[in-house]
Design a binder for this molecule. Structure first.
Ligand SMILES: *Cc1c(COP(=O)(O)O)cnc(C)c1O
Length: 376
């Protein structure tokens, strides 16, 4: 059996090596390392894939979130509602911009922001909402957008974990996650579903004026060369990364299918187990399984993590400490939050290996090792 990785980038690379190597060499030959043609080509191809008007490439997913919030013209102290159960980047950029993160609960079945909790957290100071499509599954965007429209609030989707996910509206129409809100953000960190071979990110919007703002902010607030209208930052997608991403974008749906197949295997293996809640897929979307995450009932979670490691099965806790319990947010009253479901999940989740290269032999071994521990 091939050794099991949390994410097997090497094996995936081997399938596309000749194409990737050639594309990288082409960039080397052109020496157009910054803003080379592949950057614009990739932005166009991604816009077409997502069905969005504008894709603004940038340096990473954290920058994508920061630039998006900067483009909304918020004022220090404005409140931004976001789930506490997420990767730190989502919440960190809010605080970095001197905005006030307002943490709300997630739905423990989908791990995504609870729209009711979100609605209840809205105050006159609320100026934006940042839902996170965690683990590869959409937040309940139709409901979120109804609430946001009623309160005239912009929505910035953190789509770093769910690129390629289809949201299905009540009328049966679909849209890609990241293209439903005012602005969508993604990360191409190597282990993400569409991963570069270094840092990379992008921002999406259908709004022409916002797209201009986003582009300017990502480029030192520059309107025309050496004319700087705004305080911005320097956040670029480099050409080599764009060349790699073009190749992987063409395979993104195939990659999602491979992840879904592995998830099906896990779901079947753990179905009906009294101590394991399998990763549920909401009816309003497909699921692109950035992670496959179990919720354990009455199981020593850290014990399982260590047991699996001894059996050469990697597993991860995403995330052991929710935002409201991070020291980083102590000045934002983080510890005062009562988010019982988020705390409950943080103590019970465990993510199993999930990537495009898992084969049946590996899946069989992983699931049998999990069951071995849980059943004894
Ligand atoms: C990865 C990730 C980010 C940040 O992306 P980087 O490219 O690492 O900056 C933001 N939000 C979520 C939910 C992520 O998973």
């Amino acid at each position: 059996m091939r050794s099991i990785q949390m994410v097997d980038l090497k094996q995936q690379y081997l399938h596309i090596k000749s194409e990737v190597d050639a594309a990288i060499h082409e960039v080397l030959d052109s020496c157009a390392f910054i803003n080379g043609k592949p950057v614009q080509d990739f932005a166009q191809e991604l816009a077409q894939y997502l069905g969005t008007k504008h894709v603004v490439p940038c340096a990473n997913g954290t920058d994508a979130l920061q630039i998006s919030l900067m483009a909304l013209g918020l004022q220090p102290g404005d409140e931004v509602i976001t789930p506490s159960f997420t990767y730190v980047a989502t919440t960190e950029v809010i605080a970095l911009l001197r905005l006030k993160p307002v943490f709300v609960e997630v739905d423990p079945r989908t791990f995504c922001i609870d729209p009711d909790a979100m609605a209840k957290a809205i105050t006159p100071k609320t100026k934006a909402i940042v839902p996170v499509h965690l683990y590869g599954q959409a937040s309940a965007m139709e409901t979120i957008m109804e609430i946001a429209r009623k309160h005239r609030l912009p929505v910035v989707e953190d789509n770093a974990q769910a690129i390629g996910c289809d949201y299905i509206f009540k009328d049966g129409s679909t849209k890609k996650t990241g293209t439903i809100g005012t602005i969508g953000c993604t990360s191409f960190f190597p282990s993400k579903n569409l991963g570069a071979y270094g840092d990379a990110g992008a921002i999406f919007t259908d709004d022409d004026a916002l797209a201009e703002q986003l582009k300017m902010i990502a480029n030192h607030g520059q309107r025309a060369r050496y004319y700087h209208d705004l305080v911005g930052c320097n956040s670029r997608l480099d050409t080599i990364q764009a060349a790699v991403l073009r190749i992987k974008l063409r395979r993104l749906d195939e990659y999602a299918a491979a992840r879904q197949k592995a998830a099906d295997y896990y779901n079947k293996a753990f179905a009906g187990h009294s101590k394991i809640t399998t990763h549920v897929t909401a009816t309003y979307c497909n699921h692109v399984f950035h992670q496959y995450t179990l919720v354990l009932n009455d199981v020593d979670r850290n014990g399982l993590n260590e047991y699996l490691a001894k059996k050469q099965v990697p597993s991860m806790i995403y995330y052991p400490v929710p935002a409201h319990r991070q020291k980083m947010f102590s000045t934002f009253g983080g510890m005062a939050y009562q988010l019982a479901l988020t705390d409950w999940l943080s103590e019970r989740v465990i993510s199993l290996p999930m990537h495009t290269e898992l084969d049946e032999e590996q899946l069989k071994y992983i699931t049998s090792q999990v069951l071995e521990f849980v059943n004894h």
